[in-house]
Design a protein. Structure first.
Length: 259
């Protein structure tokens, strides 16, 4: 199984190279951003927004800054979170034709693919955590706990996406990886709409609509959830991953071990 994980990592070699460059860029840009929010142009923009009497509070301005930090924290994890290249490379090499003849049990072959993605997510989380320690010492936009909440939320969301994509790739087979991506995204979008229908309705009516009755405390709820309740998304990600793994093994068995 270790050999299969190494094989998958070699398929992602270019992606890992991109990760290094993105990580370096994220560190530099996030530090410049934090310094600007304290001493530079962004600090002056924040004060101007408060002085314009447009209904924005200091909490709203601070949350706008937090949104940018969330994007910075997501970037390193996103760079290592797409396994589509592994399935594409396996298909081009014809690996799926011989995989069933390997002296490795089917459940271990499927598990190796899941372990590959979670190993990469672990790397992204570790680097992000070190960056969070650095940034929280330079800004009060978010606390260290909130930074870590954002990191775990991002890793959890992408873990759900990756687990679903693996499931759909096993189900659809070689050559349909893009369809698997679309189905994974649609599944997540549908689940979000069902679970958070009130938030979606609020966004459509008050943000995309006329804005009458707009409540900033409701508008910032998704951001608060990402910062404060990353453990909930982590639990959901674990459940989805287990279910996806079991279904993937079952589907692969029905396909006579061809994955």
């Amino acid at each position: 199984m270790k050999g299969l994980i190494l094989k998958d990592l070699m398929c992602l070699k270019k992606q890992l190279t991109t990760f290094v460059y993105v990580m370096a860029g994220t560190v530099v840009i996030s530090i410049l951003y934090v310094l600007s929010t304290r001493y530079g142009n962004l600090a002056r923009v924040g004060e101007q927004l408060l002085d314009q009497n447009n209904g924005m509070s200091r909490v709203d301005v601070k949350n706008l800054g937090s949104e940018a930090m969330v994007l910075f924290m997501f970037l390193p994890i996103v760079c290592v979170g797409d396994l589509m290249n592994v399935f594409v490379a396996d298909g081009k090499a014809g690996f799926y034709k011989v995989s069933s003849s390997l002296p490795v049990p089917l459940y271990k072959r499927v598990l190796a693919r899941f372990l590959t993605i979670y190993t990469l997510f672990g790397l992204g989380v570790l680097v992000d955590a070190l960056l969070a320690v650095l940034l929280c010492s330079m800004t009060d936009i978010m606390s260290l706990g909130q930074f870590l909440g954002v990191i775990f939320s991002g890793a959890s969301i992408l873990s759900i996406y990756s687990a679903l994509m693996i499931l759909y790739c096993v189900l659809l087979g070689y050559g349909r990886e893009q369809y698997a991506q679309v189905l994974a995204l649609l599944t997540m979008a549908a689940a979000f709409v069902i679970i958070k229908f009130d938030s979606v309705r609020f966004f459509v009516v008050h943000v995309l609509g006329d804005g009458v009755g707009f409540d900033s405390s409701v508008f910032w709820k998704p951001l608060d959830f990402i910062r404060e309740k990353g453990y909930v998304l982590l639990g959901i990600a674990a459940l989805v991953s287990v279910c996806s793994y079991l279904l993937s093994v079952r589907i692969a068995e029905r396909k006579r071990g061809v994955i």
